[in-house]
Write a protein that binds this ligand. Structure first.
Ligand code: PLP
Length: 392
């Protein structure tokens, strides 16, 4: 059976060049990078090469990159580590309602420790309201965390404007979760005014199990994983050398061909959206129409249950998601869509299609063809859909 993977926002395949670079770290160069002997030094050389590559890709210093096990850990660390280290300056934190759960749940933990968290609203497109941010900023605001691009709908925030607003207050640090933006958008942390940023390897054609937190030099952060002096004494635990090697190479490659790739992906995404809209009635694009990632399309198919669409597409060999991978299986409607004020009857009808570099026009055509069949079938048995037809 034909297989079409349209879920790159959950994870991507590993690029061949990335895999080739990883192999020595899994075989001959197996040393522990924290040992001072030759095997250790060789492994540390590989880790540091990755650190350099990642730093270069985002215009940071190598000493500002700390490796983690992925985006979730980087987010947890950013929120808890930055807040706890800076609590003498204030205990107010601002984030948005559409963040990844790694951010939202870390904030909830901090609330139990006596921090006060403001959750900013977004507009119908998923854009954080800048005036709301300005209004909520206080002298005791120590941390603002707003994601670069949303993983469910693809909306890209006005990061530069947000950073400027944050920095109007003397003690406020600006963190962004750029897990979905890395490799899709050119990120220059200095130009954009980003103080801390979470990134992850397996969204950019690298392996799972590696991520990083960028923390601008001079900013205090407390470790959350203790028990070792790795990562400049800030994150205990033996580094996942092979995954880190792959991560470094993946970031280097992804940032090299950002322009070519994004153009190709944009064409494919727009072709897909147009075809679906032409062939299926009552479909809505969720998210910002322009200011969004080239790789993500979130569509709502009125009168059909999104889980049913996802499962029926899977039977046809097509993999998509109904929300973020981390909340798959949850019966709760997406917190992102709810925050965007999407009509209640559309909340459980939205499907996320996300495109990797290897997706072809034929793959897209096959998906559209199957969608037409599946949506029709589901609407034929949907009482809601029938009552609308009878009303006409
Ligand atoms: N943040 C965002 C925006 C994400 O999309 C994800 C993963 O889907 C994460 C954080 C978590 O990253 P990881 O899977 O590397 O833990």
């Amino acid at each position: 059976m034909k297989q079409v993977y349209l879920d790159s926002a959950s994870t991507t395949y590993i690029n061949n060049q990335v895999l080739a670079e990883m192999m020595p770290a899994l075989t001959s160069s197996f040393g522990n990078p924290n040992n001072l002997h030759s095997f250790g030094r060789e492994a540390m050389g590989l880790v540091d090469l990755s650190r350099d590559r990642i730093a270069k890709a985002i215009n940071a210093k190598s000493s500002e990159i700390y490796f983690t096990s992925g985006g979730t850990e980087a987010d947890n660390w950013a929120i808890k580590g930055l807040a706890r280290a800076n609590k003498s300056k204030g205990k107010h934190i601002i984030t948005s309602k559409i963040e990844h759960h790694a951010i939202l749940e870390s904030c909830k933990e901090l609330e139990k420790e006596g921090f006060e968290v403001t959750y900013l609203p977004v507009d119908n497109y998923g854009l954080v309201k800048l005036d709301a941010l300005m209004h909520e900023m206080r002298n005791d605001t120590i941390l603002v965390s707003i994601m670069f691009a949303n993983n469910e709908v693809g909306t890209i925030q006005n990061i530069n404007a947000i950073a400027k607003t944050v920095h109007e207050k003397p003690n406020a640090i600006f963190h962004t979760d750029a897990v979905q933006a890395l490799g899709a958008i050119n990120i220059n942390v200095q130009d954009l005014g980003i103080d801390a940023m979470s990134i992850s390897s397996h969204k950019v054609y690298g392996p799972k199990g590696a991520g990083a937190l960028y923390v601008k030099s001079g900013i205090e952060i407390e470790p959350i994983i203790v028990g070792g002096n790795q990562e400049h004494n800030k994150r205990g635990g033996t580094q996942n050398v092979a995954s880190i090697v792959g991560f470094g190479k993946a970031v280097e490659l992804a940032t090299q061909d950002i322009v070519t790739n994004s153009k190709r992906l944009r064409n494919l995404r727009d072709y897909f959206t147009k075809s679906v809209m032409e062939k299926i009635e009552h479909v809505h694009l969720i998210g910002h129409p322009v200011q969004r990632l080239n790789s993500i399309v979130n569509l709502s198919f009125e009168f059909v249950d999104n889980e049913s669409v996802m499962l029926m597409l899977d039977l046809a060999g097509i993999c998509v998601s109904t929300g973020s991978a981390c909340t798959a299986g949850s019966q709760e409607p997406s917190h992102v869509l709810k925050a965007m004020n999407i009509e209640p009857e559309l909340l459980k009808t939205s499907v996320r299609f996300s495109f990797a570099k290897n997706v072809t026009k034929e793959d897209v055509d096959y998906c559209v063809e199957e969608l037409v069949r599946i949506v029709k079938k589901l609407r034929d048995i949907s009482p809601l859909s029938r009552s609308v037809k009878e009303d006409k």
